[in-house]
Structures are given as C-alpha cells and as structure tokens.
Design a protein around this ligand. Structure first.
Ligand code: AHG
Ligand code: MN
Ligand code: MN
Length: 333
C-alpha cells in the first residue's frame, strides 16, 4: 500500500487543484500536530493525573475538565507563532484570542471545540477535537469578534479528530472529505480513506432519548415513526446509537450513514439548542455536506445561518440526506 502522509496529501492537493494557500497548509499541519499532542494526554488518562475536573467554569457555565483546559492551551500555543492566524476562538474562552503582536498576523481565523464529549473523558469513551477555519475578510487592521461572525458556508476548511480505539483526523478543504489515521510508531497521519460518502438512506438514528418529553412535535413524530419499525409508516426497523460525544456520533454517520439530532427542546425555550453553531455545528455541517449528506437546524441549512455571537447555539439535524430531508420537512409542515 502506498502510504500518503497528511503533508503529502496537502502538497498534492495544492499541486493538482491549487486551492490550498501556504498559510492554510501550515494551519492544517499545526492543528493536526496539536491534536497528536492532545491524543497523548488523552491516552495517559489517570497515569498523567489528567482525569477529572479543573474546578473552573467556561463562559457557558459548564464545569471544565482538566483535559478541556489542557487541550485548549495546546491548540493556542501551537497556533500562535506561525503567522497563519489573526485570531482564535474556543468553546473554553469567553472572547477571542488575538495573536500576540510579537508574531506576524495571518489571514485566517480558527475556531475550535478543544475537547468534545467531555462527559466521556473519565469513562474512557471516544472524545475529540472539532475545528473550523474562516478567512479574515476586509482589510481593516486588527481583528474583532465581528470578523468571526460569518456564515458556515464561508469556511475555508473544517475537521475533527477522534481519540478512540484509533486516533483519526477527518478533514475537508471544500473538495471532499479525507480520513487520516495516526500511525503511533512513526507519529504520522496516514491517509486511509479519500472522498468519503455518506449513504443517502439509513436505518440508524442518534438522539438523546431522555429528552423526549421536552421535544417539539416534529421531532417527536420523526422519532416515533422510526421506533414504530416495520409495522409503522416507515416500514422498516431502525436502530439507535448514541455515544454522547458529537465527534464520535458524527464519525459513525460519516463511516456508515445515519442521522444525528440535537433539537431545540422545552427545557430552556430561549436556547435554540445545546450545540454551538460556530465550532460544533458549522464544521460538522461542512464535512457532512462535502460527503453528500445534509445539515439543517430543522428549518434551514446550518451553513446559511449568519451568527450574531461567538457562542451562539443552534438545533442540529445532520447525516444521511433522505432522513435529514424528511425530518426537516416535518418541521416545515
Ligand atoms: P462538550 O463536551 O464540548 O461540551 O460537548 C458535548 C456535547 C456533544 O458532544 C454531545 O452530543 C452532547 O453534548 C451531549 O449532551 P447531553 O448528554 O447533555 O445530551
Ligand atoms: Mn462539544
Ligand atoms: Mn468541548
């Protein structure tokens, strides 16, 4: 088997399609290297005294785990000095982190969820890192939070890393989706699948069923029809999978199809949903669409939403095209 490293993949993409500017290439390599570093910490677990809480809260009022904080620091430090970024934003930081002026300012903006699936850290279940890349538009000097408030369709790249039985990196630069697996002996990311496709149909859904009593009618109807199985209106049996780490649930869907829902619910009616638009929903929507799937908030395409704030939340329905279409139509009805 010809082994294609991430570096070679990026160089060849650049040569063949010419759509990866050098700063973007550096950015991807730096993020991928930071993810290796995070993977090492995740793997150490109790041996590195890395489990458990950091006894602090993030801007969204969630208690931070030690690994949330460490992963955030790793990504910041790795990305500060390269000259490829103007600023970064993260689930774990209240406001944006501008590249210090001792370093050159680049043209990109990076957003990340440093560790997705925090509640699974201590129980040794797959977790991950999600990232989204935007261009800084306009030529104004300096950078502000407003520069980040671009719809997801303007992403230059997006990806995620899963720290599971294997450590894998999924990447899109807007020309399909590629999967890399970390070779622990050589420390390199090896291309293990290119042009991934999500099947249009599926018999698998992913939703936190414990919230069922709070759902809106279209979600209740959609899931009830799935669980009614062969005897119901869908005429087929569905299976349910819910890891509780969005990265792992989305990765399963990318690998074999499925539909993932994190809908609005009545618990907190003013919140559109639980997941964050800019560093969870947008990058996943970009990847899913690039693999032939679909991603909506139940009404509109996620990547069309113009954010009004950095930590904005959104309802999410994504995955196999025909199922997302159906669930979205139920909302319109
Ligand atoms: P994070 O760990 O980054 O805060 O994200 C957790 C998210 C997501 O990964 C998952 O799909 C969802 O929260 C699960 O939440 P509930 O267990 O509250 O349903
Ligand atoms: Mn998350
Ligand atoms: Mn997180």
């Amino acid at each position: 088997m010809k082994r294609v490293s991430l570096t070679r993949y990026l160089v060849e993409q650049q040569r063949e399609h010419g759509h990866i500017p050098p700063q973007l290439r550096l950015l991807i390599e730096v993020v991928a290297r930071a993810c290796k570093h995070i993977a090492i910490s995740v793997n150490k677990g109790a041996l590195g005294e890395l489990l458990g809480t950091a006894h602090t809260e993030n801007v969204q009022g969630e208690v931070q785990k030690k690994l949330d904080v460490i992963s955030n620091e790793v990504l910041i430090e790795a990305n500060e000095w390269g000259g490829h970024l103007a600023a970064m934003a993260s689930e774990e930081m209240d406001s944006i982190h501008v590249v210090p002026n001792r370093y050159p300012q680049g043209e990109y903006l990076l957003l990340f969820d440093p560790l997705d699936g925090s509640s699974n850290i201590d129980v040794n279940v797959s977790i991950g890192t999600i990232f989204s890349v935007l261009r800084k538009v306009g030529h104004a000097r300096g950078v502000s939070e407003e520069d980040f408030l671009q719809p997801g369709k303007q992403q230059a790249a997006a990806g995620y890393c899963v720290y599971g039985p294997q450590t894998t990196l999924v990447l899109t630069l807007g020309d399909g989706v590629a999967l890399f697996t970390l070779d622990r002996e050589t420390g390199s990311w090896v291309l293990t699948e290119d042009q991934m496709r999500i099947p249009e149909d599926t018999k698998e859904f992913a939703i936190n069923m414990s919230n069922a009593r709070h759902w809106a009618e279209p979600v209740t109807r959609y899931i009830a029809e799935c669980t009614a199985g062969k005897e119901g209106p869908r005429g087929k049996d569905f299976n349910m999978r819910w890891v509780g780490s969005m990265v792992a649930d989305v990765h399963r869907i990318l690998a074999r199809g499925g539909v993932f829902l994190y809908p609005w619910d009545r618990r907190d009616p003013d919140k559109p949903g639980k997941l964050r638009l800019m560093y969870e929903a947008n990058p996943m929507a970009f990847i899913v669409e690039q693999a032939g799937g679909m991603a909506t908030d139940g009404r509109q395409r996620i990547m069309d939403i113009v954010p009004t704030k950095l930590h904005e939340r959104v309802a999410v329905v994504l995955g196999s095209r025909n199922e997302v279409q159906r669930a979205t139509e139920y909302h319109a009805g």
